[in-house]
Design a protein around this ligand. Sequence first.
Ligand code: C2E
Ligand code: MG
Ligand code: MG
Length: 711
Amino acid sequence: MTAEPDGPEDRLRRFATIWSRAVFPVTSTSLTRPEFERELLPLARRLSRALHARPLDADEGRAVGATLVSVHCTDPEALSRTLDCVDAYLVLYCGEDGDREELRARCSRLQHAMAAGFAQELRERTLAEQEAISAAALKAQGVVAQALHATEARFRAVFEGAAIGIGMADLDGNILQVNGALLRMFGIPEDSLRTRNVKEWTHPEDAPQTWTLYEELVRGEREHYHLEKAFYRPDGTVLWTNLTVSLLRDADGEPQYQLALMEDTTERRLLNLRLRYEATHDALTGLPNRTFFFERLEKALGAGSGQRFGLCYLDLDGFKTVNDSLGHAAGDRLLVEVADRLQSCATAPGEMVARLGGDEFVALTTGPDTQREVDDLATRIMSALLAPISIDGRELTVRGSIGIVEGPAGERSPAEVLRSADITMYRAKSAGGNRFELADPEADARAITRHGLTTALPAALERDEFFIEYQPLVHLGDGSVRGAEALVRWLHPQHGVLGPDRFIPLAEHTGLIVPLGRWVLEQSVRQARKWRERHDQAGPLRINVNLSPCQLTHPGLVQDTVDILERAGVEPDALCLEVTESALIGADDDLLKPLRRLAEMGVDIALDDFGTGYSNLANLRRLPVSILKLDRSFTQGMQQFPADPVDLKIVEGIVSLAHSLDLAVTVEGVETGAQAEQLRILGCDTAQGWYYARPGPPDRLHQLALVDATG
Ligand code: C2E
Ligand code: MG
Ligand code: MG
């Protein structure tokens, strides 16, 4: 029995099976072998047809070769196995109807065509793939570049638009890029910066660690550093910056660039210097101030052994009068002139002059030989003050009192030295002023410091340490006691009785003068009430109370005065308020208003110490005063007999002027009968002085008035 022979289709399938089995192991397909066989079957059919086609279609062979590539037979081994298979089985299974020799030839040509087709397809495929890769790479590059560009653009925008200076340099310090702000800071065009190197930018004020930090950064040992740094601009000026330098590393972490961010702090620094200057210098005179002086004194006192210091503590005599009577502007100009003169006295190395405040100045000399130098310094200062100072067309004579402290460094503190100088200066002043005195440790120990008094003042008022002495005011015509001036004293627990000159200025300075003044007024008005009750028959006694300039500007003045008078049941005309000439000259209407109100109520206002200021007599008309108190200096000129004719003329003139303005004239400091007589002849109305009585307890006045009334 013979099996039915295979048909052509079966033979084709068998060929495809053999082909697939040969090639499948070297393909990279994801198909199963039977699936792969089904892929190859159409190709086998195409080869079979091509084998028989007339003429031979080589293109079909190429097409099959090419298709092999597309079914993932891209490996050269796959082609090789395919060609072997075609060579051995194509004619055998598909070429039964034809000339075997011719079929074999045709099969060879098909194999060539297949190989060619395969190769071309593979090349095209590879090219396409490469193309795709490179296109993708290109595309990718483009994307990256674009992204980079965006970052860069953003970076550029930040870079350019930044208010702070930004610069980039390589690790050798060559500058690669800088922004506009940095160029503007340096005031130069970009090209000239590009050729520069970071290391050229040294500055004498570079902090010691500046370049160490730099080296560490470029060596990759630190990521950034921050410091204040100065740069020279091309024009020689200095640019101060807050500098931050960062290390930029590449993708592998290798140091690549340095990036500097700098903020211009020149202005701020100048401001700081100015603030420092302002904090250490006196705004008016430009001299170093107390703070600065203390620093220098501290340094001088801390100097090594063999070093000494000499200090002159100067206080102008009578400056308050100038200030009060000519006004603060004139006082200021005087101080400026004095400061200039003092400065010219202390120009040697180790010497300095400072203003401690008000009219107090210090001159310091340091070195090994200050014993001799400090005397010279004080002498120079005294003679520098000799020439009058011209202000507003007036020639003002300026005098000063100097306290000198000299000694070795390392023994005393600045505060101790200054205290000693202050005490010594005060001693010079008490001795009449216009002189210098040398510090004396014994005198220091006994001395009462202004500081000590100032701090003790408030408690003194609470503890009732103040008391009032009264000095009678006598009518020159009939010698009767018309009233008394209240003069305050301080019974200090350690220092005994202190006169008002010692503490009134301090009370004015601290503001305690207001409660103290109110207390004096209260006491005096009560005293006036007592006198009035007892001595009605002798005519009413009046009380004179001194008012400080501070009290004048105190808003409660009028009300306080009215209350005090009412509470004591005393009429306003029993009170006379004494205001110094210097406090009123140049006063505006606001300042005069309270006085005017009091005057309208009947309180007398006296112009005290008249003639010591630089007052304009024509001004008297504006003031709500009814009494002139001629200063003691006028009466002093009448001590001898015959009196100085010029003094007499002046007093005569003043008296007639005062009377023509309806002002009564009181004279102070009458110490002799001759003076009293002289003043009476000149037309003065009342007098006050030791000739009649020294200031004393109220009972003394009571007796005087009694004697006067009865005798
Ligand atoms: P002032 O108002 O000119 O008082 C007159 C000063 O001359 C008093 O000095 C008095 O003791 C003194 N004196 C009187 N007669 C003579 C004399 O014949 N020869 C000499 N050489 N001096 C005489 P005092 O008491 O030291 O007062 C000084 C200044 O203190 C007063 O000058 C006055 O301005 C102020 N003062 C006194 N008490 C007070 C007060 O309660 N309040 C205020 N704000 N100042 C007062
Ligand atoms: Mg007075
Ligand atoms: Mg007086």
